[in-house]
Design a protein around this ligand. Sequence first.
Ligand code: PLP
Length: 410
Amino acid sequence: MNENRRFDTRAVHAGERHGRPDRTPDGGGDFYPISTPIYASTTFSHPDVQTTDRVLGGEEPGYSYARYDNPTVRAFESAVGALEGLRGEARAFAFGSGMAATHAALAAAELADGATALAAEQLYGSTATLLVQVFGANGVETRFFDAYDLGEVEKKVAESKPRAVMVETISNPLLRVADVAGLAEITRAFGAALIVDNTFGTPYLQRPLDLGADIVVHSATKYLSGHGDITAGVVVAKPPYDAAVESIRKLVGGVLGPFEAWLAHRGLKTLPLRMERQCKNAREIAARLSGHPRVSKVNHPSLEDHPDRKTAGRVLSDTGGLVSFELAVEPGRGREAAFGFLNALDLCVKAPSLGDVYTLAIHPATSSHRELSPSRRERLGVGENLIRLSVGIEHPDDVMDDLEQALDRF
Ligand SMILES: *Cc1c(COP(=O)(O)O)cnc(C)c1O
């Protein structure tokens, strides 16, 4: 892919091999697919065993076995790499889920017996549990920190000497925005790997590797694929982490399948269009909810009172497609009101995911943050009256009409 091409152009063309032939057997001649086919082959043969030897030895590019590599998967990886690592020094690896990708990224940072990891307090619940339970069982200590106070981050990094620091571009569900450039300066000074989960951001809003991060992970289940029809993950890693990620994927085997890779690649082509629309819709919905008498608080980085409005202006190209808000109810009635509101929705889909073309609504206290104690939820600002919306690409007036009629009925 030509490095000078713009993001939107890359999203459409990256990873495709336009103009390069495939060949049908038995004299059918060459053909030129404009979209990479699904290569369902588990094994790849070569004209002679010497070539197989060189491919397996890494001396020659090629494919041998689908757990190692597959052309359809490689096409998707190449496209994500061209969007996340615009400067070309990073490599992307696709996994069967965002969690498999996160596990590989953390393991690639050499989190092993005796090592410490620093994790943002607002991290995706399964990531925090993965660190504490799985890496914890192998002798890794995880400490949590407030990622939005660089002074505290520097102090914590200096005293914990972590091997890896893990944050998210935009947090769930209060949509705090991390200063990735500032964090990278600190982790670089102390020799720690900075791992950024860019699921909420996507490379459309931010490219953490360009800001100094070492490894980016994605749940491609969300915005990258965008249609709510596959589970997938991606790690994009700079050297030396890229080789470690590749080796871990070969050995643990969490590679993405070619069918899902094909769908993910198909979805990725419209990422800029979807993001542009979702950000615009989210901004409009956040503004309109802010003026609603039955809403007491709205969280969106576009709003004047958002704590990271300035950071967002510096590190994000737009303010994102997620909005959360609190229903105006007296204390103790939060859950009842939230359930009433959600059940009254007619167009917005009640489903615990995000980044889809559909507008999705959830109750974080009983879904994404269900496993936390009520006191921890309170500390993180996840009240019973909080609703999170992942705004889709519908007409914003239709989404707003639905929200308004449900706001009348809780
Ligand atoms: C969904 C999600 C994950 C996990 O991804 P899966 O594809 O469900 O395994 C990790 N991080 C964030 C921020 C997510 O939203």
